[in-house]
Write a protein that binds this ligand. Sequence first.
Ligand SMILES: [Fe+2]
Length: 273
Amino acid sequence: MKDSAFAQYAADAIKIVQLTDTHLFAEPSRTFDGVDTEVSLQRVIDLACENHWPPDLVLATGDLAHEPLVGAYTRLRSLFNGLAVPVYCIPGNHDDPTVMGEALPSPGVHLTGSARRGRWQFVFLNTVLRNADGGHLPASELQRLDKALWAEPDLYALICLHHPPVMIGSRWMDAIALDNPDEFFAVLDRHAQVKAVVWGHIHQEFAAERNGVHLFGSPSTCVQFRPRSDEYRADTAPAGYRWLVLKKDGTIETGILRLGPEGASAGGSTPRA
Ligand SMILES: [Fe+2]
């Protein structure tokens, strides 16, 4: 067995695997756009176990269920518990935050507003609008974010939400992004310790920077969406995950790893400071 790629980093760096848009069903063998989402998720987990394991925590950034039924969350709970590392979850537009809040949490699977590891604070936001694919941050979430950041000025911060707060250049997807990004960034601009924002929803890799804050979107563990497409199109890129290393000086390294055609690693890691 090869060494984990995380082994090269300092022991006090925070190592993370992001699994997003798992779109799990309540029943086995159901498919989303021809992909068995449970099989695909398991293959991506196996890939992470071969390359970036164990992380200090897993981020699961929404659309965890395809249809928000109790059975989908209980199956996911058991799968996540099997990882034996803490998993922090937020809802996406395919999730029902209430059902998810009742069926998913367990000692190793968390739905919480924030968390702390070493020199880093994590803030988890709920952008879900009832019966809508797009997202919104209500005043209560914006205030909670602001308060969490004021409370820990000496910790670097990484913010997680499902919907992207920036346009990614794909017309149909940009129409269902976060609808009040200016209010979100107004909060971030008051807190110099914010280093990164990480999201799901777009089922593709994305990286940008705004005022010194890294902005990262990530591939789904199942179906991929074609970048820069005006309308919905599945992409041929394999499923994958993002890894991140948060260092004690506030810098970040990250990259994407995808399945190969037979489930083997396809490489494609793109470190980014
Ligand atoms: Fe999704």
